[in-house]
Design a protein around this ligand. Structure first.
Ligand code: GLU
Length: 503
């Protein structure tokens, strides 16, 4: 691999970026970075009916979010553009003309109905449904006249008969196909648009692509592409067909299995470095015990030859494990910024000022320490922003020890009414000690009612972290956060609600 590495990712902008696809992009990116090569992003947008600018935007944003910058391509530009197939139609046309002139391609005038009949007959006779070759031998002069007379036509590639196409796939080893199973494929459709197999070869050749790394669903296209390189007299690139990403039931990962697109994983609050790191581990390993590595380190270790050819199962548990690792490494300020949209969706955070941001920086990491994803942060912080004494009373098992609990609550409300805010662990512990003294209760009988009264929850964060956080929150007035009740106000409200319940 001493030659210059030039690789490309060529998505069709017809929807969201699937994680299987982005894993392919990642392998391309890693190879380029490993060898100081060039990573190109171009778009296969000749399917005008299904390609949208919106999908293009999402793909670009998702790749950028994943940290997979490209050196050449859409938006970035470069010497081998344009990078949208819809802007390269003249290039494909010229090459189709060249192939026809050299006898490697011909006009086909078959009507869709005729092709459908052929297909039907082939299926009936249990033959492979390939093009029967009806127009293969129409003399070029006659074909030209029919075109001039306005007949609709496609351009087909003349697949040489009786040949075995052999290529060495970096991931799968030697691959052989007999041309007997290949019908002459359409290169240019009757509306002038190029077919995938044709455009991709022209693009890869003119963009001087050294390695074509793509999903194995394209493996059966490759012999046609190899023959096209041959027809043009071009040397084909190296091919590497990577396995598909499967769901737990071994079928290709799809909506049925849950989230599939980068956009979805992003909106669930996975960190980009976690998703890239995890995707790199499907079918490849940077080394035993070295799975958690940043992108540049993955690139340093990447070997295309080591990518396995067996399909990889998408394991959400493992992704969560990787995400937890990166959540622990992330700076509090970053976690705050990334969590704000989730908190805003709850209506708890509007436009936080500096004091509010400081407060969030002190509480968000308490939540992220125990979540798999950032969309779980609000549930961990609802004790701050969404306290309700009456709801607290509905927490299952609340009144298991009703009598003892009401004694504790009465004492707690009284102690807190006369105390200063419990702004740190010591202040909180001193207040608990007073309640213990007054009630003679300890352990769970003491702490469970206190937890319920102050946080509204039956379980959660350690109280000597949670309660000072409540007090800090209650001290903020406005500042872009929903108002939070102090510990004393919560104890009083809970006490009252309990009394009303008993009444
Ligand atoms: N647009 C094709 C795809 O997304 C590209 C295939 C290729 O890389 O050759 O599958």
């Amino acid at each position: 691999m001493d030659d210059v590495v030039r690789v490309r990712f060529a998505p069709s902008p017809t929807g969201h970026l699937h994680v299987g696809n982005v894993r392919t992009a990642l392998f391309n990116w890693l190879l380029a970075r490993r060898f100081g090569g060039t990573f190109i992003v171009r778009l296969e947008d000749t399917d005008a009916a299904r390609s949208t600018r919106e999908s293009e935007r999402t793909i670009i944003e998702d790749l950028e979010w994943m940290g997979l910058r490209w050196d050449e391509g859409i938006e970035t530009g470069g010497d081998h553009g344009p990078y949208r197939q819809s802007e390269r139609l003249h290039i494909y046309r010229a090459h189709a003309v060249e192939l026809m002139a050299r006898g490697h391609a011909y006009r086909c005038f078959c009507l869709p109905e005729e092709l459908e009949m052929d297909r039907y007959a082939a299926l009936r006779d249990r033959r492979p449904p390939k093009y029967v070759g009806r127009c293969r031998d129409i003399p070029p002069e006659q074909a030209r006249r029919r075109v001039e007379d306005g007949a609709s036509s496609t351009i087909r590639f003349r697949i040489p008969s009786d040949r075995e196409v052999v290529f060495n796939d970096v991931v799968r080893g030697e691959v052989r196909f007999s041309t007997e199973v290949l019908g002459d494929p359409i290169l240019v459709r009757s509306d002038g648009s190029p077919a995938y197999n044709f455009a991709v070869v022209i693009d890869d050749a003119l963009m001087r692509i050294s390695h074509v790394i793509r999903g194995e669903d394209h493996l059966s296209n490759t012999p046609r592409q190899v023959l096209l390189y041959e027809a043009f007299g071009w040397t084909p690139p190296a091919f590497a067909h990577v396995s598909l990403v499967l769901g737990p039931d071994q079928s290709p990962l799809s909506k049925r299995h849950g989230a599939t697109s980068v956009t979805e994983f992003r909106s669930q609050g996975y960190l980009p470095e976690a998703l890239t790191n995890y995707l790199a581990l499907i079918g490849w390993s940077p080394g035993e015990g070295h799975e958690l590595l940043p992108l540049d380190e993955l690139a340093r270790r990447f070997q295309l030859e080591d990518v396995g050819h067996s399909a990889g199962v998408f394991d959400v548990e493992k992704l969560a494990w990787v995400n937890r690792h990166y959540l622990k490494l992330a700076e509090p300020e970053r976690l705050v910024q990334l969590s704000i949209p989730f908190l805003r969706a709850k209506g708890w955070v509007l436009d936080p000022d500096v004091a509010a941001l400081d407060f969030l920086a002190s509480v968000v990491p308490l939540a992220t320490a125990s979540v798999d994803r950032l969309d779980q942060v609000p549930a961990r912080l609802s004790f701050l922003f969404d306290y309700s004494a009456t709801r607290a009373l509905q927490v299952p098992a609340t009144l298991a020890e009703a009598e003892a609990a009401s004694v504790v609550i009465a004492a707690l409300a009284d102690v807190l009414a006369g105390s200063r805010p419990l702004i740190d662990r010591d202040a909180f512990r001193a207040a608990v000690a007073q309640v213990r003294e007054r009630t003679g209760l300890k352990g769970k009988s003491l702490l469970h009612p206190i937890r319920l009264a102050l946080t509204g929850e039956g379980e959660g964060l350690e109280l000597d972290l949670a309660v000072p956080a409540i007090e800090r929150g209650a001290a903020l007035v406005g500042g872009g956060l929903v108002l939070m009740a102090s510990a004393a106000a919560r104890a009083a409200a809970f006490h009252q609600a309990l009394g009303e319940l008993g009444a």
